[in-house]
Structure formats: C-alpha cells, structure tokens
Ligand binder design. Structure first.
Ligand code: BGC
Length: 769
C-alpha cells in the first residue's frame, strides 16, 4: 500500500479517493485538537470496516494495572493509559431506510478529506450509491474551538442526487466506549447520569480509579436547504451510558438535509463535580447564541493568531512547506500552554500509544519551539509542570532507595508518578533527569528571566543534583566516579556502565546546581532562606556535588579520538549501517532484542545528544569527529533522531545531509516512513522538525543574551522564513539564496550576530545581510 497519497498543498492536508486500507492512517493524519481535547478523524456516521476510534481529553487518564511477565521490586503499580473518551461526534445517518456506511455502499465517488491548517477545520465530502439505489452527496465539516476549548462543532449535510429521500439523523453521545490499549480488557468508564431534552443530551461518566468526572454533551439544530426546522425527535434511546436522539428531515432530490451538532466535554478538573451539566449547558447556550458561522469565524481568527507567530514559510518546495506546517499545526493542536497541569504526549490526541503524556521529549525537544513561538508564560508552564511534581519525583526516588530529597523524575508520567514498567527504562533510563535540569537553564538562557530559578527551579535542581550525587559510585580502581547500570538515550543498549551522555549531563547538573545554589544564596536572600528551610540544602552537600562532578569518569578512545558511548563500545563488531543488508531494517522489527543489544547500532542521538545540548563545550573538529564516528552506526529508529543530526550536519556545512535528515522528520507521518501512522502521529518529534529549520538551517542560538544566526539554505528551496519571540519582541528572519533579511516587531533596536558579525535591527526597518 503506497502511503504517499496526501496531495501537496501549502496550507491543507488533502486526500482524494476512498481506499479502505487507508482509513486508519487518515484517521490519524486528519486528527483535530484544541489543546484541551482532540479526536481521530473517525467518520461521524460510523464505519463497519477497519477503524480505530479515538477521542481524548487532555489530562484525563487511566491507571491500567501493570501486566508484566515477572514483577520486579520498584515497578510502578500501573501503566497510565491515554484514555479513549466518550464519543460526542457520532451521528448515525439513515437514508430511505438504509444506514449510511461507507464500507457497505455500492460505490463511493469524489471522496475527499481536507484538513485546513490555516483556519483549523476538517472537512470530508463524497458521493455514494447506497444499496437501496439512493445516490447522495455528503459534506461534513468539524472543528474544535480554540476560543472555547470545551466545544466542538459539526455541520453534517446530506443531499440526495437521484431521488427524494427521507433522511434520519441519529446524533448521540456515548460513554460506553473501550480502549484499544488495555492490559486486562477492563472498562475504564463508569456511567453516572444521563439527561436529555428535545435538542440536547448529556452523559456524565467517571473514570474508575482516577475519578475524573466528565459530562459529554450535544446540542442539535436541523435545516432543510439552509432553513432552520423545528426539532422534534422521532425517537429517543436513552441507555445508562448513551443517548441517541433521532430526527427526520425529508428532502427532495437536490435539497440539502443538514444537522448542526455542538458537542464536547466539561470536566471535573475545571468545574465542581456537581456542576458539570450546568457548565455544559452554559457552553451550549453561548455557542448556540453565536451560531455556526460566528463560531467558525472565531476559529479562523484564533488560528490566524497562532500562525502569525509560529508560521514557517518555504518557497520553492510545496511538500516541505506542507510538512513543516503540518508539524506546527499538530503541536498547537496538542498543547497551547494555557494550563500547567497539561503536557505534550508523544501521540498527542491522535492515538493511544505511549500511554502517558510526558516524556523527556518535552524538555529536550518541545521547549524551544514553545519558547520561540509563544510567550514566556507558556514555557514557564512547561517548567512549572515538573516543579509541581517534585514531591512525586522525590517519592519515586525513595521507592528506588534514594534518600534525603533526591528526586528522580519519571520516564513517563501523567501526574508525576512513574507509569512505565520496563526495568531497563524505568530504573535505568535516568538521563531524563538531566534534560529536566537542562530545560531550566535553557529557559533562562533564552528568555533572560532568572526569576524562575529562585521561585521554583532551584528546588528542582537540588532534588536532581542529590539524585546524581547518590547514583554515581566511587570506583577505587579508576579513582573516579562512575555511573553503572544505565540506559542512555540510545535504547538499543541496556544496563551499560558509564554511558557518556548520562555521565556528562550528570556532571553538568551537579555543577550547574551548585552554581545556582550559590547565586541564589547571594542574590536572592529571602528565596534562599525559604528554599534552605524547605530542602535543608547545606554547603557541605554542595561541596560533595562538586567533588563528584570534578572526578566523573568519561570513557574515551585514544585510538579514535572520541568519547565512547559507554564502557566496552569498541568490543562490538563495528559494521556500519550502510554495510547492512536493507532487508534487515528496521532492526526493531527484524532482529531479536538480544541481537540488537550486542550490535553497535544506535537508535537515536546519544553521544551526539550531548554534543547538541552542550555544543559550546566542544570545538567544531570534535563535533565532526564524533559525528563521523557515531552517525554511521545510527539507524534513526526513533523519530527524535534525525532532527539532532540535521542540526549538526548543518553546523558542519553538510547541507545535503542536513536536508535529507530534515525531510525524514518533516514528512515522517504524512508519508508514513515508519509504516505505523495508523497508530497515531509522532507529535513530539514535530518540534524537532521546527528545530531543524530554525537551529539547523537558520543557525539560531542564544549566547550571552544575544541572538546568533548562521543562515544556510537547502539547494531545493528558494527562500524560507521564520519568527522568534525573543524577550518580548518578534524578530522575523527571511533567508533567501542571495542573503538574509531581518525585521523586528517591537520597540527597542536589537543587536543580533549574523555569521559572527554584529547587525543592528531597528523596529520596522528591514535589514538585509
Ligand atoms: C524514544 C524515547 C522517547 C519515546 C517517546 C522512544 O522511542 O527512544 O527517547 O522518549 O520514544 O517519544
């Protein structure tokens, strides 16, 4: 099955033609979300062919009981599940007595889907011949409101083409849904209450165990050829978890029968538990008052506002343009930064895989995107998420035997508790702690807002430093501190000793934390007093951190002149990926795990991840040497891999290679490179695509409070542009083959460094370099 079926278009994702084999993939690609909820592009009318039904509510999860072959002490009790939420989009449609179902129709013509990224709506249309001979055209548009994030809107139209038709719409709300991903096939939702009137229906249900209470609602309006009709249900089916109202609209040939459905959720995270229906009624009242067109206009406006800041334009390569916009669009559908309780799940609202919302992906990959394309508060919310979970991280470390306020953040979490249980990841992939500390530094480096550190960040740094101090052990044989039994970012190695990246970031955390404790002590006395009181941090302790940092061990090969990914790396059979038979790839599908572990193959940037974070610590020659040593063994089987390599290849002036890596991430889902898009899209790596352009091709860095650029342009492009919100002013960078232009929307002139030279950009003046 060729997955390269999406039509190239600068602003829309378009599919033409109906193929049953593509339904699940398209359900992922055409997903919509508004930061608070989201859903796969399931057909409103239902579909009896292969489909993956999914609606999701941000922050609402289920602690599914762990299922493992052999229990190991320290495993978490549960593996959080991204929870399939009650369905409000459903509208069964009956035409002249036959249920509309594209899997059963005699013929489907002119099938088309469009996800309009500029305006934030999804539209599907087709003509079909039913088994009863009725030919109809269907147009269905839906969007999830950015203005009111508890609201979604559907406009569903049926036009009979060859005869008159009796159309019955059966809109419903249904909490009787299941998860695809469930360890014990348990039901996750408990229905509590239903209510309905002629137009409206509400189902209140609660998640078992976590007790999130959700009112799922709908409100229906009917039209014939654009004229509103009275609503009087033919029948009402009200079970304890589903309500379905049936409305009839008789139309002559060529006339349009239309149902407008408002729907969505009110959730106990945001409302009093006994006021959920009242809150839903209020959402409905306001939306119904505005009406469809006004709601759609507001949607277009809201998306225009997002694009105004976040858009990247690419001239001369429409597929690349579509790819980057798809990435930016999906990131904004997933997380808008309004709520510090939420985070960015690797699949966003497009699927269930990865069972949790927060990975190190957020700090390592997503933060730069949100810092640059939104405001400082959004980035702060991402950091505050971890601050708010510090107590849980300390508990998590205690479960593993650490003491005295040491914090180990979870590899995967919804609420601060670890909810991933593979020992090699849960217990060993501890480098995640480093990325969380690095994000605090990165935030300050980019925004210049130091206040976060005395307010919140320092407590997190102290917890993390305490963890590293205890996790490192002294090796008498080496007279150095070593870190044993870890998994680095390269998950194709487990239980290794002295993963260079882990040791390096551990040392950095210890040094940086010590430095920040001293700085806060001298410059923010009252904050320091509060933190000292709360954490008991002491000078002797800080000196211990410095001692461990100062004597950290790093595996190094004199022969190759490179740091080794871990102890013993050179014992492997060092056959390059290019010398492997292509039929062996992807390794994670073709090889047994033990064979992968013995091999030199690297899943994603590992040593090079360290060179990415700490670029300034190394010379260009060192980067080149390490890149040339490790990239040839890298299989990039994590979607997070190509972006780091793209940025580094660009830095090394290898634009062709940089471009190749860039393409791999930017259209990873659209072209389904990994043959798995049906499970959902790779949301967090989409931020990596943005980094490949801005940091890779644009060469954007912040050094000592100053923006630096070293713009390069791939041969395939004529020009590209992006914007950076730098400390309250918006700088637009337009890179052309002939040079780069800078414009500034702001009040104060800004000095930037372009290819090593100072350039002054004044507000409103275009500067060409
Ligand atoms: C990667 C991890 C990543 C996770 C979620 C895994 O395949 O190896 O680094 O955190 O996916 O994106």
């Amino acid at each position: 099955m060729n997955q390269d079926y999406i039509k190239p278009d600068a602003w829309s994702i378009i599919e033409e033609g109906f193929e049953k084999d593509r339904v699940k993939s398209s359900e992922s690609l055409f997903s919509i979300g508004n930061g608070a909820m989201g859903q796969r592009a399931n057909f409103e009318e239902g579909y009896s062919g292969p489909t993956f039904q999914g609606s999701y509510i941000a922050g609402v999860y289920y602690p599914d009981k762990t299922r493992v072959g052999w229990w190991k002490n320290g495993y978490p009790e549960y593996f959080a599940k991204v929870l399939n939420a009650p369905n409000w989009i459903g509208i069964e449609v009956e035409i002249n007595g036959e249920k509309l179902d594209l899997a059963r129709c005699i013929e489907v013509r002119k099938f088309r889907r469009e996800l309009n990224m500029k305006e934030g709506w999804y539209h599907r249309s087709f003509e079909t011949v039913l088994q009863n001979g009725t030919e109809v055209r269907v147009d269905a548009r839906r969007f999830l409101s950015l203005e009111t994030d508890e609201l979604g809107v559907i406009k569903y139209e049926v036009t009979p083409l060859n005869k008159d038709a009796r159309v019955i719409f059966r809109p419903y709300v249904d909490a009787g849904i299941t998860n695809e991903d469930a360890n014990w096939d348990e039901k996750f939702w408990e229905p509590l209450e239903t209510r309905h009137s002629l137009r409206e229906a509400f189902v209140v249900a609660r998640t078992f165990k976590t007790h999130f209470k959700v009112a799922t609602f709908m409100h229906n309006t009917l039209f014939r050829d654009g004229k509103e009709l009275p609503v009087k249900p033919l029948t009402t089916q009200a079970g304890d978890d589903k309500i379905c109202l049936a409305y009839e609209v008789a139309v002559s040939r060529g006339e349009k029968a239309e149902l407008q459905k408002l729907g969505g959720y009110t959730v106990s995270m945001n409302h009093a538990e006994d006021k959920l229906i009242a809150a839903a009624q209020e959402v409905i009242r306001k939306a119904a008052e505005k009406g469809y067109e006004t709601l759609l206009d507001a949607q277009k406006k809201a998306w225009a506002g997002i694009w105004e800041m976040a858009d990247i334009t690419i001239q001369g390569d429409v597929k690349a343009q579509q790819g980057i916009r798809f990435n930016i669009f999906q990131l904004n559908q997933t997380y808008l930064g309004k709520d510090a309780r939420l985070n960015i799940g690797p699949k966003g609202f497009t699927g269930e895989k990865y069972g949790g919302s927060t990975y190190w992906d957020t700090e390592a990959y997503c933060l730069p995107f949100y810092m640059s394309t939104k405001n400082q508060q959004v980035a702060r919310n991402l950091l505050a998420y971890r601050y708010n979970q510090l107590d849980k991280a300390i508990e998590n470390a205690e479960k593993l035997g650490f003491t005295g306020g040491a914090a180990l953040y979870p590899m995967v979490t919804m609420n601060g508790e670890e909810c991933h249980n593979e020992w090699e990841i849960t217990f060993e992939e501890i480098h995640r702690n480093g990325a969380i500390a690095f994000a605090i530094y990165n935030y300050y480096r980019f925004t210049g807002d130091y206040s976060y550190i005395p307010e919140k960040g320092l407590e997190v740094l102290i917890g993390i430093a305490r963890f590293w101090k205890q996790r490192a052990t002294y090796s008498a044989a080496k007279n150095k501190y070593v870190i044993l039994g870890v998994t680095g970012p390269n998950e194709y190695e487990n239980n290794v000793n002295n993963n260079w990246y882990t040791n390096y970031i551990a040392r950095w955390c210890l040094e940086y934390s010590a430095e920040q404790v001293r700085k806060v002590e001298t410059e923010y006395a009252s904050d320091y007093a509060r933190i000292k009181e709360k954490t008991g941090v002491k000078d002797t302790e800080i000196r211990q951190w410095e001692e461990v940092a100062g004597a950290m061990y790093f595996p190094y090969s004199e022969t190759h002149g490179v740091y080794l990914q871990q102890d013993g790396f050179l014992d492997k059979e060092l056959i390059r990926v290019s010398d492997l038979n292509g039929s062996q790839r992807p390794l994670n599908q073709k090889w047994s795990w033990d064979r992968i572990l013995r091999s030199p193959y690297i899943k994603q940037a590992d040593v090079l991840q360290g060179f990415y974070f700490f670029e300034d610590h190394f010379t260009r020659e060192e980067l080149e040497k390490h890149f040339d040593f490790y990239e040839p063994f890298t299989v990039h089987e994590s979607s997070l891999s190509p972006c780091v390599h793209s940025i580094q290849a660009a830095l090394l002036g290898r634009m062709e290679q940089a471009y190749e890596f860039y393409l791999r991430t930017s259209r990873l889902d659209l072209d389904d490179y990994n043959k798995e898009v049906k499970e959902g899209c790779h949301i967090t790596s989409m931020a990596g695509t943005w980094m490949s352009i801005v940091e890779g091709f644009g060469g954007m860095r912040v050094k000592d409070d100053v923006l630096h650029f070293s713009p390069k342009i791939p041969e395939q492009w004529e020009a590209y542009s992006f914007k950076i919100n730098f400390r309250g002013q918006v700088l637009k960078i337009n890179v052309k083959v002939s040079g780069t232009e800078f414009t500034l929307e702001g009040e104060t002139a800004l000095t930037v460094i372009v290819n090593g030279k100072q350039v002054l950009v004044k507000p409103g003046n275009l500067v060409a370099v």
